[in-house]
Design a protein around this ligand. Structure first.
Ligand code: ZN
Ligand code: ZN
Length: 408
């Protein structure tokens, strides 16, 4: 059946130009569906024989398929742009929910008239709304990762807005112990507030996550935040050197163009932490820093249980330098974690300072090394260890992470 014959049959269906044209959406470039619909009516009239010359059939007043949904596009556009006014964004995407009955009717038409060239009504509505919204707001459509997604339900004129998280990359330093990297909910009350946590609901007064996140949340009018770190140091360890790479994620920010210099200054006014090298990033960076395995360098003050001679320490370190140590899952680590043995290389080992009671040691080791266990041996679970090598019990008096070896 040719196009004209099909059009003739379809005229009985009382379709608007959009719905008629959409059945042939894959035919002809640079046309909108309503232009296709109009053209088909014209072509039909022009193809009539000389004896039975016909007028161009007019568009029916009520479309039997969409119930004149396309007359409502401007209303949807207004609903969307009104809401978007209070949100800062550079890219957006419009989506819609269509009455399922309309979608069903449409599919029946495809079957009945053997239509292979259509597109779903949903995609036309999305496009028509998107084009007009784009004209009214200072932003572009992004199909992959829009800052804002607006989904309108065409039956109820209701709107759902999804705001993509905002990500900022940086490095943090931490100058005090007793600050965990991320917020730690009180184990006794699970955040409710109890005697143990002094009503805060937290195990520690604050965290790097809160010290950075609260400021950025305020600046972006966001809902919540999460800090993703490239590994984490022990709560009592300081984080020095160039700092540890992290990404702070703000959920549902109403403002995206943040002044990173201001963020830095405000966070750094608290002397416990310092952030630097800030830049805007995306969620790929979160995956990257979570997967990246970087060497770490430490400066550790080791305390001996009884005095040790300097020569013995020097020899011991020389022996351990460059060795692969094997570590069973430490006893201090959550016992629900499976007990396994891992091999880790001690790449650098250097004596910085010492007396008979203690030594300051620089260590560079592979990602995932349990560094405290390498010092005290964890009752033989880490082998070899410094304690084993020196033949005396050793404990970690101070531990600073001096470098996370990661470029950028
Ligand atoms: Zn229609
Ligand atoms: Zn509590």
């Amino acid at each position: 059946m040719d196009l004209i014959e099909k059009t003739e049959e379809l005229l009985d269906e009382e379709l608007c130009d959009h719905c008629l044209g959409r059945l042939f959406a894959q035919l002809g470039h640079g046309l909108s569906n309503d232009e296709r619909g109009k053209s088909l009516r014209v072509a039909y009239a022009m193809s009539s024989s000389e004896e039975e010359r016909t007028d161009v059939p007019s568009e029916p007043e009520n479309c039997s398929l969409c119930e004149n949904l396309f007359d409502e596009i401007d209303k949807f556009v207004d609903i969307i742009t009104d809401r978007l006014e209070s949100i800062g964004f550079e890219t957006f995407l419009v989506g819609c929910r269509i009455d399922p009955e309309i979608e069903e009717k449409e599919e029946m038409l495809w079957t009945e008239y053997d239509i292979q060239t259509s597109e779903p009504i949903k995609s036309e509505v999305n496009r028509e709304i998107g084009k007009r919204v784009e004209r009214k707001v200072d932003a572009e459509v992004d199909l992959e990762r829009p800052d804002v997604k607006a989904i309108i339900d065409t039956r109820f004129d209701s709107l759902d807005i999804e705001i993509a998280p905002l990500y900022v990359y940086g490095r943090y330093k931490k100058f005090e112990g007793n600050i965990p990297q991320t917020k730690w909910t009180c184990k006794q009350c699970w955040g409710e507030g109890c005697e143990r946590c002094g009503g805060t609901g937290k195990m520690y007064e604050t965290s790097v996550e809160e010290l950075v996140g609260e400021v950025l949340k305020e600046m972006t009018f966001g809902e919540d935040f999460t800090l993703h770190g490239m590994g984490r140091e022990d709560i009592d360890a300081r984080m020095l050197g160039d700092g540890r790479p992290f990404v702070i994620e703000i959920k549902s920010p109403l403002k995206r163009d943040v002044d990173l210099e201001e963020l830095k200054n405000r966070v750094n006014s608290d002397e416990r932490v310092e952030i630097q090298r800030l830049k805007r990033t995306d969620k790929d960076k979160v995956i990257e820093i979570k997967q990246k395995r970087s060497d770490k360098s430490y400066l550790i003050t080791v305390e001996y249980e009884s005095p040790v001679e300097g020569e013995k320490v020097k020899k011991g370190l020389a022996k351990l330098r460059g060795m692969c140590i094997s570590q069973r899952t430490p006893s201090r680590v959550d016992h629900r974690r499976s007990d396994r043995v891992r091999e880790r290389e001690i790449k650098e080992l250097e004596l910085k300072d010492m007396d008979e009671q203690e030594a300051k040691i620089h260590i560079r080791s592979e990602a995932g090394t349990y560094i405290k266990e390498f010092i005290h041996g964890d009752q033989g679970r880490t082998e070899p260890s410094l304690a084993e090598e020196l033949g005396v019990e050793c404990s970690v008096k101070e531990l600073d992470v001096t470098e996370v070896h990661y470029e950028t």
